[in-house]
Design a protein around this ligand. Structure first.
Ligand SMILES: [Zn+2]
Length: 86
């Protein structure tokens, strides 16, 4: 059973969350070429091992969180709120 430590709600079952993808992908500017958006949205590395992921606590506080999870073992090493960028 996968449980995620929401910074607001504590340890919760993953069924309360929606997966949001790789937390390290930088989104292009709104006026960037279409190919830049295709690569940002659809092209993924699918890493094995330590990975930073975005999760949305849909059935909880509704916050987006960054979860550090090992994709091979599902061991969760921690979670934090995403950094705000200006
Ligand atoms: Zn929460």
């Amino acid at each position: 059973m996968l449980r995620l430590p929401c910074p607001h709600c504590g340890l919760r079952d993953h069924a309360e969350f929606a997966y949001g993808g790789d937390a390290n992908v930088a989104k292009p500017a709104l006026d960037a070429p279409q190919q830049a958006w295709i690569e940002a949205v659809y092209m993924r590395a699918n890493p094995r091992g330590a990975h930073a992921e975005l999760w949305h606590h849909v059935h909880g506080c509704r916050a987006w969180i960054v979860v550090e999870r090992d994709t091979a073992t599902h061991v969760v090493r921690g979670a934090r709120l995403p950094e705000r960028k200006p």
